[in-house]
Write a protein that binds this ligand. Structure first.
Ligand code: CA2
Length: 149
């Protein structure tokens, strides 16, 4: 089973700044943890990050043709603003799980709104980098359930 992990803007900076909000794990650390878990779950992942809205959308648009069965996404700030990202996810019709490292509801009000959550198969937030791992477990279950029904 192939899962695409999509990461939005500034997540490449993880571990270098704002460590009180996002922790000290780097983006590469999270990638390594996800790779280990994927192996345990017998899933194959590709981890993609871009600071550009269009690049994220292009990647999501190709997901079905590239053989992915689900999308794990930390949209970063685009989750609060991008109708285009929402539309791209809906157009794939693949199940997606939204993750956030921080608890967006405990932060500034402009972060309380997600344009993706109501269409997500699940949302995991506030567990630090573990949000990704919990999200991957949930998504793999959803894809397996869908395949068996
Ligand atoms: O908590 C999350 O995972 C977020 O998606 C992270 C985004 C933020 O805009 C969302 O509201 C919540 C920020 C991405 C990371 O930004 C960094 C900026 C500086 C240093 C490290 C990371």
């Amino acid at each position: 089973m192939r899962i695409l992990v999509v990461n939005g803007p500034n997540l490449n900076l993880l571990g270098s700044r704002e460590t009180s909000t996002y922790g000290t794990a780097t983006f590469d650390d999270i990638k390594a943890l996800l790779g280990q878990l994927a192996k345990q779950l017998s899933a194959e992942i590709e981890v993609f990050q871009s600071n550009h809205e269009g690049a994220l959308i292009d990647k999501i648009q190709s997901a079905t043709k590239d053989g992915y069965k689900g999308i794990l996404i930390n949209p970063a700030a685009y989750g609060h603003t991008s109708i285009a990202l929402r539309d791209a996810l809906l157009a794939t019709a693949l199940p997606f799980v939204e993750v956030h490292i921080s608890n967006i509801y405990a932060r500034e009000e402009f972060r309380h709104k997600s344009l993706l959550s109501d269409k997500a198969a699940g949302v995991v937030l506030g567990f630090g980098p573990k949000s990704y791992l919990l999200g991957l477990r949930g998504l793999v279950e959803v894809v397996r359930e869908n395949a068996s029904t």
